[in-house]
Design a protein around this ligand. Sequence first.
Ligand code: CP
Ligand code: NVA
Length: 324
Amino acid sequence: MKGKNLLTLKDFSAEEIESLLRSAIDLKEEKASGRWRRRLEGKNIALIFEKPSTRTRCAFVVAAVDEGAHPEYLGKGDIQLGKKETIKDTARVLGRLFDGIQFRGFKHETVEELAKYAGVPVWNGLTDRFHPTQALADLMTVREKKGDLRGVGLAYVGDGRNNVANSLLLASALMGMDIRIVAPEPLFPDPVLVDEAGRLGRERGGTITVTADPDRGVRGAQVIYTDVWASMGEEKELRDRISLLKPYRIDGKMMEKSGDPKTIFMHCLPCFHNTETEISGKTPEICEAAEEVFESPNSVVFDQAENRMHTIKAVMVATLVGES
Ligand code: CP
Ligand code: NVA
């Protein structure tokens, strides 16, 4: 995998994803046991952020430092990108100075352009279309909680066309899972992506269901996953989303629809769950998850958050030095 980019999970085969997951599990054990191999000694990592981040930023920084690399945070407003300088020129400059580049931002085309011209691995830390490093952490978490990924029923309930849903669709299909996207029709995923995921998943026997019916979508699911109703950059959609997505809120009744008391609750975070934040404090009806579910023993959201770091470390090690 040395030299590869991670722009979407289509960049990796099912075997490569398996290998990244195995590596992330080993790296997690290694860190817990206090062993340090510093595989990225001498490497410099650029972290470009057009949008805010807690998990992705911190996961890249901790993973880089654990492995002996130097991470450099380049926030919105810190660099010339897209203002005084084109993406193409920025890519060529950063590619001369850094060994790898993480990009989080709006247009997916920006991360593609960076990857085209940088000459070093580029990792997508979230665009409007995809969030592949999140999906890797999610696969790792499902594997830890449920064992073999093949055939595991994962119901993603909510905005079925956002970056997290798109990446989960590809990830689950590639790993032969039984992925259900449960959303109101106006928020169904792009049919082109559904077809693509279907083709990728065929080899491993993965199945894809897209439905507006929570009873049908959630029945038998071992995992129920949701995300915010309006992603970063879509704040003006919030009112419409609340009316569309209210019936899809994950509360105790929604969890019961799986018919399995061991069904786990997943969320990429940050999550509105009846707690007061600057935004949800003003409009509590935007909460996509009920407090009773978020704080329940079935909730594995903080395992997912931790696993962001181990999976990102595995991706950096594989694409920068080609070993784990
Ligand atoms: N899940 C996730 O990407 O979180 P951040 O926005 O905090 O990075
Ligand atoms: N869909 C969310 C994910 C945040 C990690 C967003 O793009 O805001």
